[in-house]
Structures are given as structure tokens and as C-alpha cells.
Design a protein around this ligand. Structure first.
Ligand code: MG
Length: 454
């Protein structure tokens, strides 16, 4: 196996993921535990989502960590951002057993660094290299770690999120929460209730078979949430993915709020009182720039991936910039005053605060944003470099942003063509001020791409 093939063979954009019993096994989890325990010392917090395979994988991972000489604190079933918060407060690192939005048969591991961010590429490659080389620290009898449990430590996260807003800010407000049978069943309803909201729930019992809907909160899967919002006269409904780092919304009429519009509204809420730098990937809607201009903010673009965004936010802040907001337009905003990761519970809480500040309902606020139109296409091809070269040549007289793939910026539209890092396809995103603007640029980009080789 070459070094290049070894590079991030296991770790993807957000940790290791695979189908349980085939790619993701207790044996792999134990080896990851041994490798991580050889790289990071001290006490490692282990959390998990509600998947049926969670306990087996958590025990295996913990066995590896203990054998390598680390202590383990089992924090139980918690959202990924809750684990991230607790690691930053109390632990030397963390490991989250989750497959995020993937279907029930999947599971995986996200490694959390002492500052609460997810492990970056270089450290993930180092961890993999240790794993493949079986270069493990194996403690002697008097060096093996101890395991403790802290099943109620998550209360600190609930208190921190609710405590980030003025007391009682949600009083008089009714909300509906759909944690999707995942770990936020314990946290988001509690956070919103503590803010003063009347809270109703759907799919709010831990269940790794996901009987109500899949872990990915699609508009179709959220029909029961939308129905309960209408039935209870709620101000909004919020739903999470399988590990609750993302949050998506339906408005008071039960209509799904497109995630880029969610991002823009929350950005407006944060930036209108505190201008500064907003950090987001090149795939985010230009609504971000519209809101930035209106609130006296600037936008810095990064490559796609929440870890890249979070680390860029930390780096720019370390350079002395006032970084006020960031994240991804997929239900994954980052509130740096709270922590540098996507946080679904915090996103839900921020929506309460946003709506508490006025009498305009969520639907009216969303309608107040420009009605930009986004087109998305997945192009199956192994010929990624060729496609990029043809697009670059066709738009040679246009300033191109090559932060991640190629982004073409025109006055009334923009497009992004970006290769998948692991599979044989490319993603094309086109956004226009109108449908006609989007379609015109889409036609030009598609003509430049031609018929790529499968
Ligand atoms: Mg997730």
C-alpha cells in the first residue's frame, strides 16, 4: 500500500464511518482506541448517539483507550456538540460514536481535540498510520487506565446553551422539537424549556432503529413535525440529524426553511448587533454576502467541511480579527461566542432568541430575504481534473475562486464545480438572483463540462 493510499483511508470529512458488522466493527473501534490512546494522554470522554451498535463500539473503543493507558469517562448518549463542549471543559480529548445523518445500519467515530474541535486531517492521517502499523502503546499492568461514568454531565451543556441568552427570553413562545429518536431528545427540549418556551416533541425517545424517520432530517421525514407545529400553533419546529450537530426548521405554517435561508437569518441575528468576520465554505448561498453587506460584516470563504470552517475561524481570531459567525448552509451554523463547532441545540436556541426580538413570524422573515434560486447536480465521472480544466478554460476571462474546486462569480449568478474527495463524482451548484439567471449560467457551465468520461 502506498503512502497516498494510506492517507485518510478510514477518516472522511467528519471522522470514520461504515456499515456495522462489515466496515465498522468492534475490532476497528478498539484499534482506533489504541491508536488514539497512544497519541493523546489523560482522560478521554466517550459519548455515543442512539444507534443499536453504539454500546458495542463504545466498549471496544474504551477497551483500546484503557489498554493504551488512558482513563475513560463514559458520558453516555449525548449530541456530538455536547461532547465537544464537555471535552473543552473537562477532558484531554473525546471520541463520539456516531454516523451523524447516515441510515441506522451505519456507525462511526468522530475524534474530538482538547479545544472541542474535531480532529484535523494531519492528526487523522497520523492516527491512521499508527493504526495500520499497529504502533500502539500497550500499558503494563500498573499503567492500564480506569473507566468512570458521568451520565449527568450533559446537564452542564444544557445550562451553558440556555444560559447564553437572557433568562425567560422564550416565554410566551411555543416550539416543537423533533430529535429524530437521537441524543438531542435529552438536550434540545430541555434547553428550550429552560429558555421559557412551551415545548412539544415528536420522535423524542432514544431509539436506534429510528422508527419515526431516518437520521437525515429531510423535508419529507418532517411531515409529523410540521403537522404538530400547525396543530399547536407553534412559532417554529426544529429537527436534528442523528448526532444533533445540525438543526433544520419548519416555520409556523409547517413549511420547510431551506438551510441557506436559515443560515442567513441566524447570521443576520448575530451580525446586526456585532459586526465582524463571517466564515463559510464556497458552497454557501450568496445570501450570506447580502446579509454581510447589510450588517457591516465581511465574508471569508473556505473549502467545504465544518472542521475547515471551525479551524479557519479560530485562526482568524488568533490573528486578531473579530470573528462573529460562521458554519455551513446545511443547518450547520457555528456560534463562536459559544463554541467552535456546529451545534444543533445552540442553533435551535438562537432561533428562539431571533424570533423573541420582534413580532414578525419566521415565514415573514424568510420571505424578507431575496428569492435566490439554487440548482444542484451530481455528475458521475472519474475524469475530475479534465472537467475542472475545461471549466477553467471556458471561463478564463472571469475571476475564478479555486479555494475548493472552481467557483465562478458573475454579477447575478455564481457556480461551483467541486470533485468528491473519495468517490467518482463531482457536485455542481449554481445560484442566480432569478431562475433565469441560474439557468443561464448552468447551461454555460454544463456546455463547458461536455460529456465527461464515466
Ligand atoms: Mg451530524
Amino acid at each position: 500500500m502506498t503512502e497516498a493510499q494510506k492517507k485518510k483511508q478510514l477518516f472522511g470529512t467528519n471522522g470514520v464511518r461504515g456499515i456495522v458488522g462489515r466496515d465498522m466493527t468492534p475490532l476497528l473501534a478498539m484499534r482506533i482506541g489504541m491508536a488514539l490512546g497512544s497519541m493523546r494522554k489523560g482522560t478521554i470522554a466517550v459519548g455515543r448517539d442512539t444507534r443499536t451498535s453504539g454500546q458495542a463500539l463504545a466498549h471496544a473503543l474504551s477497551a483500546g483507550l484503557l489498554a493504551a493507558g488512558c482513563d475513560v469517562c463514559d458520558v453516555g448518549i449525548v449530541p456530538t456538540p455536547a461532547l465537544q463542549y464537555l471535552v473543552r471543559q473537562h477532558f484531554d480529548a473525546g471520541a463520539m460514536i456516531t454516523a451523524s445523518h447516515n441510515p441506522p445500519e451505519w456507525n462511526g467515530i468522530k475524534v474530538i481535540e482538547p479545544d472541542g474541535t474535531e480532529m484535523d486531517d494531519d492528526a487523522s492521517i497520523a492516527l491512521e498510520e499508527r493504526l495500520f502499523a499497529e504502533s500502539f502503546d500497550c500499558a503494563a499492568w500498573d499503567g492500564v487506565g480506569r473507566e468512570t461514568a458521568a451520565p449527568d454531565l450533559v446537564e452542564e451543556y444544557i445550562a451553558a446553551v440556555a444560559g447564553a441568552f437572557p433568562g425567560g427570553i422564550g416565554s410566551g413562545m411555543t416550539v416543537v422539537v423533533d430529535p429524530g429518536s437521537g441524543p438531542a431528545a435529552r438536550t434540545t427540549p430541555a434547553i428550550l424549556a429552560r429558555m421559557g418556551c412551551t415545548v412539544h416533541t415528536v420522535n423524542a425517545i432514544f431509539d436506534g432503529t429510528f422508527p419515526g424517520r431516518l437520521p437525515e432530517p429531510s423535508p419529507e421525514g418532517l411531515a409529523p413535525l410540521a403537522a404538530l407545529v400547525r396543530e399547536t400553533g407553534a412559532h417554529f419546529g426544529v429537527a436534528h440529524d442523528g448526532d444533533a450537530d445540525r438543526a433544520v426548521f419548519v416555520d409556523e405554517t409547517g413549511t420547510y426553511l431551506e438551510e441557506n435561508r436559515e443560515f442567513a437569518l441566524l447570521q443576520e441575528y448575530v451580525c446586526s448587533t456585532r459586526p465582524g468576520l463571517v466564515v463559510t465554505p464556497v458552497a454557501t448561498s450568496r445570501l450570506c454576502e447580502v446579509v454581510a453587506k447589510a450588517t457591516g460584516c465581511r465574508v471569508a470563504y473556505t473549502a467545504v467541511g465544518s472542521i475547515t470552517v471551525a479551524r479557519t475561524m479560530l485562526a482568524r481570531a488568533a490573528e486578531g480579527e473579530t470573528v462573529v459567525f460562521g458554519g455551513e448552509g446545511n443547518g450547520g451554523p457555528i456560534f463562536p461566542a459559544h463554541q467552535h463547532c456546529r451545534d444543533g441545540g445552540m442553533t435551535a436556541a438562537a432561533m428562539v432568541a431571533l424570533l423573541a426580538g420582534g413580532d414578525r413570524p419566521l415565514s415573514a422573515r424568510a420571505a424578507g430575504l431575496p428569492p435566490y434560486v439554487m440548482l444542484k447536480e451530481k455528475i458521475m465521472t472519474a475524469e475530475k481534473e479534465g472537467v475542472l480544466a475545461r471549466v477553467a478554460a471556458a471561463f478564463a476571462d472571469t475571476p475564478l475562486d479555486t479555494t475548493d474546486g472552481i467557483r465562478i462569480n458573475l454579477p447575478r449568478a455564481w457556480a461551483l464545480i467541486r470533485p468528491s474527495g473519495t468517490e467518482d463524482f463531482m457536485r455542481l451548484l449554481v445560484e442566480g438572483e432569478t431562475k433565469a439567471d441560474a439557468e443561464e449560467l448552468y447551461t454555460r457551465v454544463r456546455a463547458a463540462i461536455g460529456k465527461p468520461k464515466a
